[in-house]
Design a protein around this ligand. Structure first.
Ligand SMILES: *Cc1c(COP(=O)(O)O)cnc(C)c1O
Length: 221
């Protein structure tokens, strides 16, 4: 098995090459290292190699793993990239710097209340279910604008980006390009798309953040 530090160097080089190939600045794409299922030791290795931005898909798992790491390593930025239940909102607001999976009014309402109560303002992205897959969470593309306006008007929230997980087994390019166009129309600066298998295509389409697990930490059980 290769070292996490070596994997990070390789992924960063591939990211930079993909950015340059489409005439973009390598610095315009950020790497979110997805550490779900991997322990604190693996995260510490990535931190030692200079990685500061991490993604987790479960509140409970992140809450067990990250507070001690944060105490030891200043400057960690933690993203929630998995579905958020309203009963975990207080914990999520306390823990995460970015919540990428806002996708419904009930959650917006709970987040707004909790952000005010804790006086914390995690950055919020809207998750979009590009192909209306029933097993996936996220707003349908045609519902994004209305929900964004509802976030502003009813909840006083200012989402700053869009994220998606395109359907498996399909060329993701068209989905990435649609999400980019949607973010552009709505003037949302952050575009979270692309994983280990498809990040080069996501960067070509304009991703500002890619979420990479396997290519950094290896396979998951
Ligand atoms: C697990 C996960 C990733 C990372 O996937 P890899 O293929 O391991 O890079 C990215 N985004 C989300 C939402 C995930 O749940």
């Amino acid at each position: 098995m290769s070292l996490i530090s070596d994997n990070l160097v390789a992924v960063r080089a591939q990211m930079a090459a993909a950015a340059r190939a489409s005439g973009r600045e390598p610095a315009s794409v950020r790497l979110v290292a997805v550490s779900k299922t991997h322990g604190a030791k693996a995260v510490a290795e990535a931190l030692a190699a200079g990685q500061k931005v991490f993604g987790e898909n479960r509140v409970q798992e992140a809450a067990a793993k990250f507070p001690p790491l944060r105490a030891a390593w200043p400057g960690i930025e933690l993203h929630l990239i998995g579905p958020l239940q309203t009963n975990k909102v207080a914990q999520a607001v306390a823990l995460f710097d970015v919540i990428q999976t806002l996708d419904r009014p009930k959650l917006a309402e709970a987040l707004a209340a909790e952000m005010q109560r804790q006086n914390r303002n995690p950055r919020l992205y809207l998750q979009v279910n590009m192909a209306a897959e029933p097993q996936k969470s996220g707003l349908l593309p045609e519902a994004v604008e209305g929900f964004l306006r509802q976030c502003w008007a009813e909840y006083g929230l200012r989402p700053e980006g869009l994220m998606c997980l395109p359907p498996f087994g399909e060329d993701p390019k068209q989905h990435f390009e649609l999400l980019r166009d949607l973010a552009g129309r709505l003037d949302l600066p952050h575009l979270s798309m692309g994983m280990s298998g498809d990040f080069e295509s996501a960067i070509a389409a304009g991703a500002t953040e890619i979420r990479i697990g396997t290519a950094i930490f290896g396979g998951r059980p």
